[in-house]
Design a protein around this ligand. Sequence first.
Ligand code: SAM
Length: 365
Amino acid sequence: VQLAAQCKPKPQRQVCKTVLKHFDAQYSEELGEQWWSARDVLLNPLSWQYGVLLNRFSDLANLKQCLTALGYTNLLPQTCPESQSHTTHMPLHCFIHRDPVRIPTQGHHSGWLKQYYLLNAASLLPVLTLNVKEGENVLDLCAAPGGKSLAILQAATPGLLHSNELDKHRYDWLLKTLESYFPPTLQRLLSVTHLDGRSIGSMRPGAYDKMLKVPGTLDGGDTATLSFAQPVSQRMVLVDAPCSNDRSWLYTPDTHQGEMWLKERTQLPLLQKELLCSALAAVRPGGVVVYSTCTMSRAENQSVVEAVLASYQGVELLDLDQQLIDSLSDQFYFAHLRPSVGQLVIPQKAELLEEVLLLSAFELN
Ligand code: SAM
């Protein structure tokens, strides 16, 4: 394996002043001093941290050694037999780098499995929190382009992974991701749909006789009816909600687009609540739902979680795994939310702490 590191910075991207002004007003009020250091990081894409998630189903040859030689280190703590942490025995490997040393993305070649997936390292946190065990049924409600579905498949081999995406174009992208990283022999474990995630929770078990993508025909584009002999009870549901992605919104080249987004932003909390309620309806009693976003906006984080907790019967908010948080606190800055509805990962200067993410986990009684 040869990796040509790309140390050269990418061309400077233009910041949208309208969006920045809006963020300054909102986040200085919501986050206080923390906003100003987060802002510096967001305005300096060269300081953003990229992770290299290895694909355990591919031929990795000497990839780990190559990454180590380039200065990459493993994000997750190494195996420690005394530790109870659920991450220690996971076959998931993600490498990170302190400097802007980027490696190239790999192209799609039919019949060949890619060796790694580039992602923002903190986007693994929802998957680590989900803590999928071998054989469990998992629903990834808002799945495209597939980074978290892929990470779930690296962490464990589920009984069934149902990855759903509403948008047709992004659904096609999701199919391609799964095809590029997951061997055809195991694709019977996948079901990929393009449904409105808000409707999935209300489907009766029989209603799973819907237009589902037949696993194993990921490159086809045709759909067929799948019936499950047993009702599929979802033990785990991930809601990686559509949100106002602070990082990409800040770099919209078009002021008009920036203004449109800011208007649409007010509509997002309703959609997020409906998706979260749908996830809670889809999970079986005792199952776990993880809600995550990549925005710092209170309206899309705490307020969504609080509103759903106030209106949804029989659901309990879980404490996040403190051992996991502690083991990653050198890599990410976790701001504990008050009231306590999860953790907000805030971009921080001079360290590796650049991701924006909210994490909350629920258990259905
Ligand atoms: N989990 C993905 C990953 O790790 O690659 C990223 C998901 S992105 C934050 C949110 C996704 O939700 C978008 O692809 C968006 O098209 C999709 N989405 C928006 N509304 C939806 C809905 N009602 N049902 C399902 N998916 C939806």
